[in-house]
Ligand binder design. Structure first.
Ligand SMILES: Cc1ncc(COP(=O)(O)O)c(C=O)c1O
Length: 386
């Protein structure tokens, strides 16, 4: 049995070796806190934190000040801050019909406080019907919140066009880049993105426990902090600082994870995300080709092509229970996938796979053609064993 990890949409594995080295370096050789101690190690850690903010600003092509790059534990935390800090009772927002619960659950919490939202419809392939957007804007619409790429089927939202519409109508535009950062190019400035939420542990190839958001000056002024506490700054006051990043970064930061993310971003800058994307599309193409020969047994859910998509392929088995097939893939062949609804119930309603869900295969640029063949052979054997 060859252990084969095909669950990279959940979290990427393996990471580039420099990531573990950087985490270990911080823990064994640096170790201190920042913004609190006036000694050399604290200054060198603060430099890495600042440099990581710079890397992220460069990576997402943003002209915001470097202190507007905010660290949080994950994209889920970032979306909670942005949803709950921006919206007030009476506000209306638009989202796509493919969103993850990282966005929908905070939004549904806010619905109970008087915020309303509508879902911009998507096709049965999970692709946004852009023409519907403008007619759904109301006088009280404040923002569009949207994922860039679906974690269920890899469809990609036209965020540049959505951003342009938001700009024309004076709406805030918030993007969940969980499944696209590190794979697809994101240009915050030209896509008119006011806040970009990211998570470090997926295709950015960093460790778990670090994420954040980049936010424009104008939007940062409109968002109230969700959590407050010590920042090491203006310590003579019990008021929360109103300047960035301190306004949104109370408490001790996850420095080991920031060191790891810093190394991962250096790796991605050196490798080039275009190169990463080409490799992942090659694997996706090999997998889709192989699946086309298993058409009697399964249906591919979402875009069945290798352009304008993410490296996430969902299948729905026609004659076998998805959970049973996923279980056999793991227990008999060592192939790790994810089965079910992937925290996105409405995406499955859009795709026609609710409530049973799909088996999701998600590739990284570390996956080899041999691993794809092995997954296809294993699926074939499972279907033949019927
Ligand atoms: C589109 C999308 N948004 C949000 C999340 C939540 O990510 P995290 O658990 O890192 O906060 C995920 C994770 O699967 C995702 O795919």
């Amino acid at each position: 049995m060859n252990k084969t990890y095909l669950d990279n949409a959940s979290t990427s594995f393996p990471k580039p070796p420099c990531v573990a080295q950087a985490v270990a370096h911080f823990i064994s050789e640096v170790g201190c806190n920042i913004n609190r101690g006036g000694y050399e190690n604290a200054y060198s850690a603060a430099e890495i934190v600042l440099d990581t903010r710079e890397q992220l600003r460069r990576f997402f092509h943003s002209s915001i000040p470097v202190e507007n790059v905010i660290f949080t534990p994950s994209v889920t935390y970032s979306l909670n801050i942005l949803v709950k800090g921006l919206l007030k009772p009476g506000d209306h927002v638009l989202v796509s019909a493919m969103e993850h619960n990282g966005l929908m659950r905070p939004l549904v919490q806010m619905e109970k406080l008087g915020v309303t939202f509508d879902r911009i419809p998507c096709t049965p392939l999970g692709e946004l019907i852009l023409e519907e957007l403008e007619s759904m804007i109301r006088p009280n619409t404040k923002a569009v919140f949207m994922l860039h790429s679906s974690n269920v089927c890899g469809s990609v939202m036209p965020i540049a066009q959505v951003g342009a519409i938001c700009r024309r109508h004076g709406l805030r535009f918030v993007v969940d880049s969980a499944q696209s950062a590190g794979i697809l190019p994101i240009d915050m400035d030209t896509m008119y993105i006011d806040a970009l939420a990211f998570t470090g542990h997926k295709s950015l190839l960093g460790p778990q426990g670090i994420g954040g958001f980049l936010i424009t000056e104008e939007m940062a002024r409109e968002v109230s902090p969700l959590i407050s506490g010590g920042t090491g700054s203006i310590s003579d006051s019990e008021e929360t600082p109103d300047f960035l990043p301190d306004k949104f970064e109370p408490g001790t930061m996850n420095l080991p994870a920031i060191y790891g993310l810093h190394a991962a971003l250096e790796y991605l800058e050196q490798t080039g995300i275009e190169q990463v994307y080409q490799t992942e599309m090659a694997r996706t193409g090999e997998f889709l080709d192989g699946l086309s020969k298993l058409g009697d047994h399964l249906k591919v859910i979402g875009p069945n092509r290798t352009v304008n998509r993410g490296p996430v392929v969902s299948i729905d088995c026609l004659h076998r229970d998805n959970a049973e097939v996923a279980f056999l893939l793991d227990s008999q062949y060592g192939i790790m996938t994810r089965c079910g609804l992937h925290c996105a119930p409405n995406a499955h309603k859009t795709l026609g796979t609710f409530p049973h869900g799909t088996i999701r295969f998600a590739f990284s640029h570390y996956n080899t053609p041999q691993e794809i063949s092995y997954a296809l052979d294993s699926l074939t054997k499972i279907f033949q064993s019927l």
